[in-house]
Design a binder for this molecule. Sequence first.
Ligand code: ZN
Length: 197
Amino acid sequence: MFQNIISRFDPTAGTLHGGALVTRRLSDLRGIFADEEAYRRALAGGDPVVYTVESMEPGDGDGDLHYGIGRIMPGRIGDEFYMTKGHLHAWRPAAEVYIGLSGSGTMMMEDEATGESALLPLEPNGIVYVPGRTAHRTINTGSEPLTYIGIFPARAGHDYGAIAERNFRMVVAASEAGAEAIERERFIKMIRERSPE
Ligand code: ZN
């Protein structure tokens, strides 16, 4: 009955003992960053780990929960910060709770139906509630690893397809204020105008 009900994590390292590890390297994130030229240049110089997720799946029943700890390394591709692929839940009504542990970052959320976006801080002692039917992506805007815990219904599932097809409407880029959200189309136009053909 009571199996897999306790676990231990390291909030600074972003590790979960006994969790299933997924590692995303730069080469796994093709099409995620708006500045394709900067992405190609970065990849030519190496294939660093951008983020890891270690997750625990104690049960798969209707009422069960899954959870994981994410760690995003600090870094940028052009003006965009290192970030996760982003996803919707395959079971659309599934919500998720994010708990910030270490480092500083933001969460980009986008309502699937309306396209309405929100950029929210994800920091130690902060919690972000992601409602159902909302695409979400985690972004490290700081200079050290960003770590956090995510808790979601076991039946949520991850749907990366919709994001891979059209990406998020907004890009989060470095600015004088630290980080700002810019419309993707405007951002791409700015890049093109900046770099001579
Ligand atoms: Zn999620």
